[in-house]
Design a protein around this ligand. Sequence first.
Ligand code: AMP
Ligand code: ZN
Length: 115
Amino acid sequence: MDNCLFCRIAAGEIPSDRVYEDEKVLAFRDIHPLAPVHVLLIPKKHIGSLNEVNGENADDVKAVLEAVPKVAGSLGLKERGYRLISNCGEDGGQTVMHLHFHLLGGEKFPSDKLF
Ligand code: AMP
Ligand code: ZN
């Protein structure tokens, strides 16, 4: 996906503040943080959104979820906890059409509001 922002970040064509990387996954700091810790986890392979998750890309999605505790641990979030969000489509508020999970932490979020 030549014109996809997160594919270009994964390819290193656009700089990012990387906090974790493996064969299938990249995590980098959100450019407009909404919490003291705000990191985005993405599959390196292009998947448009949660709507496109299927048996063929399940290994990539699984790898992203397996990276969550590693990234949370390295950022010191494991003990107090964190929130993981993936916006999907227009109503979900998705602005970048490459599947990503927002890992948010470093403060206590209200339990009566998702965000
Ligand atoms: P969403 O609105 O769920 O699609 O999230 C997209 C996120 O990508 C937003 O929180 C943006 O701040 C973030 N973002 C956009 N461009 C960049 C970039 N170049 N580097 C890091 N984060 C970005
Ligand atoms: Zn992409």
